[in-house]
Design a protein around this ligand. Structure first.
Ligand code: BDR
Ligand code: CA
Length: 310
């Protein structure tokens, strides 16, 4: 039976692929999409989620807007990577899918409550919405099977030397979610930097030939240029769908059960993820941290999902 999931995201180029993979993988049952301020302001990420679903013909998945700013900090966006719209590159059509009026936290609570079996929350942006859900509705925890998050890193960061963007934007939210005791999987830069959109991958996706693939290629071309300027990388890493792949087929993204802590006070390391792989601190393990990626199977999965789109 397909795994029921909800995707919390901040589209964002790579978030688009996470949406398509979550909607298009036969072993996943995408029940809802919630948006958060992150790569762009909340109004932009919400608009973009509706655009991404419109392009792909995803019409039966409710989309609700969540937090417009982190728990206690001012929102910092990633316009240098994602452009002024947070989804620069393709011409963005007018969305044909409505916004759910409930708002993200209320919709998350209701979707969880009404589900017969526990759901997996996949988060590909700052964890603000998830932290608010857990704080406002702690009674819902038994309905959450796992939280699978793209964020953090076992090593270096991408927004500061040691902090990854999604964690750095709202580190307090990440700490709240981690402290909940729910099963928590972290898919960080150490693995997502293996999901590189090479020329060969780009050509494969272009060859699909549907409307989603054409849109995807325009996204990739903008993303590649942005990564070349900002990170000096020849091929851009498609971070977010790797967290979806972990839920769809865990053997593609092997994990280590280890100790994870979020840096909330460092002057140079705010938002860093401290992953104690060799148990130096002697603390109990609390997270399943992604350690590798089977890139060929990952790209097969992404290609197959986009083929199922419009
Ligand atoms: C993460 O930050 C965002 O820019 C991407 O969408 C991804 O979720 C990578 O650090
Ligand atoms: Ca994202």
């Amino acid at each position: 039976m397909a795994v029921p999931v909800i995707l919390d995201c901040d589209p964002g180029h790579d978030d688009a692929f996470a949406i398509w993979l979550a909607a298009g993988h036969p072993d996943l049952d995408l029940r809802g999409i919630t948006t958060v301020g992150g790569n762009g302001q909340l109004a932009q990420t919400t608009h973009n989620a509706r655009v991404i679903c419109t392009v792909a013909g995803i019409k039966d998945v409710p989309i609700a807007a969540g937090a417009d700013s982190p728990l206690i900090r001012t929102l910092q966006t990633a316009w240098d990577i994602h452009g002024a719209s947070a989804l620069d590159g393709p011409v963005l059509p007018e969305p044909e899918v409505e916004l759910d009026p409930r708002g993200a936290v209320a919709m998350l609570r209701e979707l969880l409550d009404e589900s017969a079996e526990p759901l997996v929350l996949i988060a590909t942006g700052p964890l603000t919405n998830v932290a608010l859900l857990l704080r406002l509705h702690p009674e819902i925890q038994p309905k959450i099977r796992e939280i699978a998050w793209m964020g953090g890193s076992t090593g270096r960061g991408n927004v500061t030397p040691y902090a990854e963007f999604n964690c750095w934007v709202d580190p307090e939210a990440a700490a709240v979610v981690l402290a909940s005791g729910l099963r928590f999987s972290m898919v960080g830069l150490n693995v997502t930097h293996q999901a590189l959109v090479t020329e060969e991958v780009r050509d494969r996706l272009a060859a699909i030939g549907n409307a989603t693939s054409a849109f995807a290629v325009d996204l990739i071309d903008f993303f590649r240029a942005a990564y070349q300027v900002s990170e000096g990388m020849a091929a851009p890493p498609l971070h977010d769908p790797v967290a979806v792949a972990l839920v769809a087929a865990s053997s593609i993204v092997p994990t280590a059960y280890t100790r994870l802590d979020i840096e909330l006070h460092g002057t140079e390391t705010l938002g860093a993820t401290s992953v104690d792989l060799h148990n130096k601190l002697g603390r109990p393990a609390n997270a399943h941290v992604a350690m590798a990626l089977d890139a060929p199977r990952f790209w097969d999965m992404v290609e197959a999902a986009i083929r199922r789109m419009r």
